[in-house]
Design a protein around this ligand. Structure first.
Ligand SMILES: Nc1nc2c(ncn2[C@@H]2O[C@H](COP(=O)(O)OP(=O)(O)OP(=O)(O)O)[C@@H](O)[C@H]2O)c(=O)[nH]1
Ligand SMILES: [Mg+2]
Length: 320
């Protein structure tokens, strides 16, 4: 070897590291966000009992000794009915396209129909990468439906690295899944510092906390018509001042969110503030406003302004 003193040759015998993107793909409500949170060990992605909770990609990072797994949670794969749904689908497709490893997650408690299954396989695509099957909710699924989902994954050739039976809520089977994921990571340097677990901004998480409370507190279409945005975030005073706007599609929805005598929005504000304080570890003044942005779910200019990832205009459902 003729390396000069002080040259930048990599240290011989330096331990090799592995790092890659793992995309979680599945139908709405399959438990993708629950699984991401379980694998990262923090509540990063909101989870509710209702379908279509996740609206865009959420990144969660898990670093062990020599492995960095960068998990991408995605909106559930669905039949798009409006432009917002098409944005969900685009986010899922893009994350699938960026994956080094794909986790195809199915839910035995809500078997999909054949067109839903076809769409899921379409979004999973046919890139040659490691694909791991996950049958989630085995704590609740009947043995025969768990087996039926496992067989489906196997027969479709949708996975090429085995199928794991897990429960994201109890953690059953998740350690073995994590080991299987690490074994598939490509060699490479870590892309994030070892103590980093998320890439989204504090503002984003605050808006998600408010959206999560709206999912809990309101029924029917209200959670699906409410978009939360942090307009201002000012630290330094006795309390952190946070101004959040909840955009709704119609006047009637604003009435429901505000409630009689402002009761509903007060309750929402109190619950959201308590959670934001716990998240930030500081006292917060939460200034919460509801605004009408007519038909925002269907309007390209509104969705763009709200930061959604939009497909090119190909005349799909309800694109205006
Ligand atoms: N019994 C049981 N319930 C689970 C499990 N994993 C997730 N759930 C529940 O399933 C529901 C949906 O979970 P999410 O993690 O929000 O599902 P998701 O796939 O992210 O849903 P979208 O964001 O709508 O695509 C929640 O009520 C979870 O508590 C599990 O292993 N067992
Ligand atoms: Mg989700």
């Amino acid at each position: 070897m003729n390396s000069k003193p002080g040259s930048k040759a990599p240290a011989r015998g330096a331990p090799k590291t592995y790092c890659g993107y793992i995309t979680l793909l599945g139908a709405p409500n399959a438990g993708k966000s629950t699984l991401l949170n379980r694998m990262v060990g923090e509540s990063l992605s909101i989870v509710t009992s209702r379908a279509q909770t996740t609206w865009r990609r959420i990144t969660g990072i898990r670093t062990t000794d020599r492995h960095q797994s960068i998990f991408l949670d995605t909106p559930g794969v669905l039949e798009p009915r409006d432009l917002l749904h098409r944005s969900f689908l685009k986010s899922a497709e893009e994350a699938a396209g960026e994956a080094d490893v794909l986790l195809l997650i199915v839910d035995p408690t809500r078997p999909l129909n054949s067109s839903q299954r076809t769409r899921l396989l379409e979004v999973a695509g046919d890139r040659i990468i490691p694909r791991v099957g996950v049958v989630n909710k085995v704590d609740r699924g009947k043995a025969e439906t768990v087996e039926a989902e496992r067989v489906w994954l196997e027969e479709q050739g949708a996975v090429n690295r085995g199928i794991h039976l897990v429960s994201a809520t109890s953690g059953l089977g998740v350690d073995r899944l994590l080991e299987a994921v690490e074994a598939e990571l490509p060699p490479g340097p870590f892309l994030y510092p070892e103590d980093e677990i998320a890439t989204d901004s504090v503002r984003f998480f605050v808006a998600e906390i408010v959206r999560g409370v709206i999912f809990e507190q309101f029924r029917e279409e209200i959670p699906y018509s409410s978009f939360c945005a942090v307009e201002e975030f000012r630290e330094g005073g006795r309390r952190t001042y946070i101004h959040v706007i909840v955009y709704v599609e119609r006047k009637s929805q604003k009435g429901i969110l505000v409630g009689e005598g402002g009761g509903a929005i007060r309750e929402l504000g109190t619950r959201a503030r308590e959670r934001i304080e716990a998240f930030l570890g500081t006292p917060v003044y939460l200034d919460l406003w509801v605004k009408i942005l007519p038909g925002w779910r269907r309007k390209r200019q509104h969705l763009r302004a709200l930061g959604f990832n939009l497909p090119d205009d190909d005349g799909g459902p309800a694109s205006t």
